[in-house]
Design a protein. Structure first.
Ligand SMILES: Nc1ncnc2c1ncn2[C@@H]1O[C@H](COP(=O)(O)OP(=O)(O)OP(=O)(O)O)[C@@H](O)[C@H]1O
Ligand SMILES: [Mg+2]
Length: 312
């Protein structure tokens, strides 16, 4: 674990029991300046994880709970009316005073699956392009949460192309259903002991300088040829053996040939290394969650092992 981020990880551990993958992915997102989407059933601590990571990183922060009537202005600032003097009179003109998503460096977009398609499309385009109109926005990382797309949860399925805006994608399960008995026991104990406060304050433990320094080091992390070979072999297996194609999968070059490299380096950096190792390919599993069919995604750890073995 990179020393620089140890306090952030410790804060997450103090506030949320279990969910190691989500915690690792959140740190990776912060270091790599990528967006992360966490999907899971109600009460699985998704919002809590997102909020703790955001608050603990002490960056200018925007939290927004999406809902069925979400409209864009709520996300990008206040609409202000201005009286302009013009020849022969005056004119009322409205403009957006940038706020929300336009001024934050980290944001939590809670329950994105509830937002209407139109607002969501624009929102996700802003995330992807990191600009609004022609102006760049300071956003580093967006952390979004959502409920599974089953009909039971009363929301429209999210378009996979929209989810592609989130480099990292995780399925979060509750402690009970994932069989994390130790974690479940710890949570019971905490509540039983009265240790839990409902909305605990999260102290900022990691500043912008620390994140900038880590990010600057990413480019110096070596990516050896065997790792590149294993990555290509992994894609070959997914396409040739598991029939991933343009119709059932989103194995985009942008995500898997560009962002994946950044994430591999990020994982090495978080592990305190200056070189990517084959084991870092595990990050691919956080990318394929909603980009390949669910049954193929389940096989990804196995595919990674085979890809590594195939080139070594
Ligand atoms: N692993 C956990 N560690 C600590 N607290 C937890 C954990 N799981 C659940 N809780 C408690 O349950 C609450 C519910 O979590 P949270 O609101 O983050 O769930 P959610 O996944 O966002 O649910 P929803 O989909 O309904 O929004 C937390 O605020 C916390 O009090
Ligand atoms: Mg929530």
């Amino acid at each position: 674990m990179s020393e620089a981020l140890a306090p952030l990880r410790a804060t997450l551990d103090r506030q949320v029991i279990g969910h190691n993958d989500s915690k690792d992915a959140l740190l990776l997102a912060l270091v790599c300046r990528e967006h992360v989407y966490m999907e899971g059933p109600p009460g699985a601590a998704k919002t809590r994880l997102a909020e703790v990571a955001a608050h603990a990183s002490s960056l200018p922060f925007f939290f927004y709970q999406l809902h069925r009537d979400t409209r864009l202005p709520e996300l990008v600032g206040d609409v202000v009316l201005e009286r302009l003097e013009i020849e022969g009179g005056e004119r009322i003109h409205h403009r957006i005073e940038p706020g929300g998503l336009l001024t934050a460096e980290i944001c939590v977009l809670d329950d994105i699956s509830r937002a209407p398609g139109e607002a969501l499309n624009i929102l996700l385009r802003i995330l992807n392009e990191r600009k609004f109109g022609d102006s760049p926005i300071p956003l580093l990382t967006a952390i979004a949460t959502g409920n599974p797309m089953d009909d039971d949860y009363y929301n429209e399925p999210l378009d996979p192309a929209n989810l592609d805006r989130f480099a990292l994608q995780l399925r979060v399960q509750g402690l009970i259903t994932s069989g994390d008995h130790d974690g479940a026991r710890q949570l019971i104990d905490r509540y039983a002991d009265g240790e839990v406060v409902e909305h605990p304050a999260t102290e900022p433990v990691c500043d912008r300088q620390t994140l900038d320094a880590l990010h600057a080091r990413l480019a110096d992390i070596a990516v050896p040829d065997p790792v590149k070979g294993a990555l290509l072999e992994l894609f070959r297996i997914l396409v040739v053996e598991y029939d991933c194609s343009e119709t059932n999968a989103l194995l985009t070059d942008r995500s898997f040939l560009v962002k994946a490299i950044k994430l591999l380096r990020g994982r090495a950096l978080l592990a305190g290394r200056d070189r990517v190792e084959p084991a870092d390919l595990a990050v691919i599993e956080w990318m394929t969650t909603f980009r390949v069919p669910a049954d193929v995604h389940e096989k990804v750890p196995e595919v990674i092992s085979r890809a590594i073995a195939g080139v070594s």
